[in-house]
Design a protein around this ligand. Structure first.
Ligand code: GLN
Length: 261
């Protein structure tokens, strides 16, 4: 009887210590704390809020969300011993999904900004990006950033492109779209004079829309990171995982798989 009891006890201890190393198990670990007991039995899953219309970071291929962010998120979740579940939504809905607890984290080529830091925490950055200007090739109205003044500019709602153009471009008429692709479509139809958007998706949009081009002059430099609820215990674990994935070359390999130049 004693033997059986101690075997059970040892098993339980093993289990607990194994869980201490995994973020998903971490919630179970908190059963010791009666206040957090209600969250105890939850989640082997981590829900990622994203907008899968942002190639090469996240886009749909055969019904599945693929891309740089999807692969990095999977690698982070694997390290934490969690199952990744991707929830697709408008970009504009991601931060609310995270702050309301509907999603555990947001990853969507999301730029770190001071304004967003008011409502969410960010991990360390995993890559850099640039906001660029797309125009119609033979248009000539906008040849650089300064020419945006007073123009009609297409952006993706709630993105940094939206923010910068709305705040910094004098007399701009800002047309906001849920998808970057729709902003570029409006450009090809002559409904807007230019589109301001992240450089990698811009390349994909230009490739899909002959007659459009990216201007040489960049609009702004930025950094992408993963956002989590303020004060989330996961942030530190994500940072550790991201550092390991940077150090062992995984992040580089994933980025090079999707971005060839
Ligand atoms: N990097 C931009 C931003 O944060 C756009 C991201 C996106 O559209 N997925 O806001």
């Amino acid at each position: 009887m004693k033997k059986i009891l101690s075997a059970i006890l040892a098993g339980a201890m093993l289990c607990t210590s194994a869980m201490m190393f995994s973020a998903c198990g971490n919630k179970t670990e908190s059963t010791a704390d009666s206040k957090t007991e209600s969250s105890a039995a939850e989640a082997k899953e981590l829900h990622m809020a994203t907008n899968a219309a942002f190639e090469p970071y996240e886009y749909k291929e055969g019904g599945e969300v693929v891309g740089i962010d999807a692969e990095i998120a999977k690698a982070v979740c694997d390290k934490l011993g969690c199952k990744l579940v991707i929830d697709d939504m408008d970009f504009d809905a991601i931060i609310t999904a995270v702050t309301s607890g509907k999603a555990d984290f947001g990853m969507a080529g999301m730029t770190v900004t001071d304004e967003r830091k008011q409502s969410v925490d960010f991990t360390d950055s995993y890559t850099n990006a640039v906001q660029v200007i797309i125009v119609n090739e033979d248009d000539g109205k906008v040849a650089g950033k300064a020419d945006l003044e007073g123009k009609t500019i297409g952006v993706q709602l709630g993105t940094t492109g939206d923010l910068y153009v709305s705040d910094d471009v004098k007399d701009a008429q800002v047309e906001r779209f849920n998808k970057g692709a729709d902003a570029v479509l409006a450009l090809t139809q002559g409904k807007v004079d230019a589109v301001v958007i992240d450089n990698q998706p811009a390349k994909a949009f230009v490739a899909q829309n002959p007659g459009t081009k990216i201007l040489e002059e960049d609009f702004a430099n930025e950094e992408y990171a993963i956002c989590l609820a303020k004060g989330s215990e996961l942030t530190e674990k994500f940072n550790t995982a991201l550092k390991e994935l940077k150090d062992d070359g995984t992040i580089d390999t994933v980025i090079k798989k999707y971005i060839k130049d």
